[in-house]
Design a protein around this ligand. Sequence first.
Ligand code: NDP
Length: 376
Amino acid sequence: MRRRSVLQLLAAGATAAVLSPATSARASTANDSGRRKLRIAIVGLGGYARYATERLLAARRAELAGFVTGDAAKGRDFAGRFDRPQAPVYSYEDFDRLAADERIDAVHLCLPVGLHAEYAERALVAGKHVLCEKPLAATSAEARRVTALARERSRLLMPAYRAWYSGALQAALGRVRGGEWGRLVAIDAHKGFPMALPAGDWRFDPALAGGGALFDIGPYSVQLTRWAAGSLPARVRAIRRSDPGDPRFARVESHLAWLMEFPDGAIATGSASWRYHLQNHARFGLERAWLRLEPATPGIGERLFVGAGDPARVEELLLPIQDQLPRMYDDFAEAALTGGTPQVSAEEGIADLVVLEALARAAAEDSTVEVQGVTG
Ligand code: NDP
């Protein structure tokens, strides 16, 4: 049976059973003995690539096969560190030569956001499948263009939304959308940390980052909110803050807070921040219960609390700890190798950009913005 994408599930009115952790565990528990693995090159060897590469080694259906970097010495260092001394190391200038390299099936783009679309397009043209870091591109128009190209080239393009592969998050979504405790009334999702990077980092350059805290840290809470609500918001409002005394925040916001209204009446609040002390949590207010994910979207180690019935009773659901990245790589690999459908579709990446853009515009114009659909 072909797996259905997140958007398809939500459009179909996903039930607890459909969104259960067992669904997302399927790729990782597949019996892959004797089947070949998807060979992935990591592109852009920065902070996140280091973490992701290590987790790729734990995947069952995917394997580390090469590197693309502007720094050849760093490439060789990665190859040695991750026990792939023979793995090819490409430069960005050489990138298009990947087309002739049969040792590599796919790339994982860990580049600054403003480069995602360009390198996704070049990889697709080179015949490679693409796993792309969040957000999928710097604009929804770019994301739509790359999605169309992937379809045209019959290659898989998947946003690297690791949080979907969290059992705790799936358990929360299953309960929120399952109906046992009534309808969803409110969602409140916050994520942020004090920004420590120095001026000059790409995250403070709108051309390379797409936006500020909203585009960097906002996608986690935005996607979680969308998944819980089961649709795009109908309209949004937002307020942003910067710090005129800090050159890093001269062109991008350091904090943005939002209000979203969904077609079924659910209302969401939340924020993305480079200013407050570590926050990473989401609360779901249902008619007869509340759920709290805290932490909500770390790479591993989410916790789910439930309050239902007796007001004094708070239960922590003890769920098995699941490492999101190997599960994400396995789902991507299974779909790429079999021509199947991954759990997170490219349209998911467009949906988040549509919301991010609406929030950025609402903040800039100090107005209520109607949200356009994924198809634009
Ligand atoms: P870094 O700045 O640490 O790394 C980015 C890397 O991209 C650089 O090290 C460099 O690698 C390469 N690069 C190519 N061109 C440029 C350029 N013009 N300016 C700067 N770097 C360039 O960023 P992160 O690793 O933190 O983020 C990379 C991606 O991963 C982003 O899309 C981000 O949103 C995402 N991310 C995802 C997370 C998640 O949990 N899913 C967590 C953190 C980030 P080289 O020297 O090898 O060329």
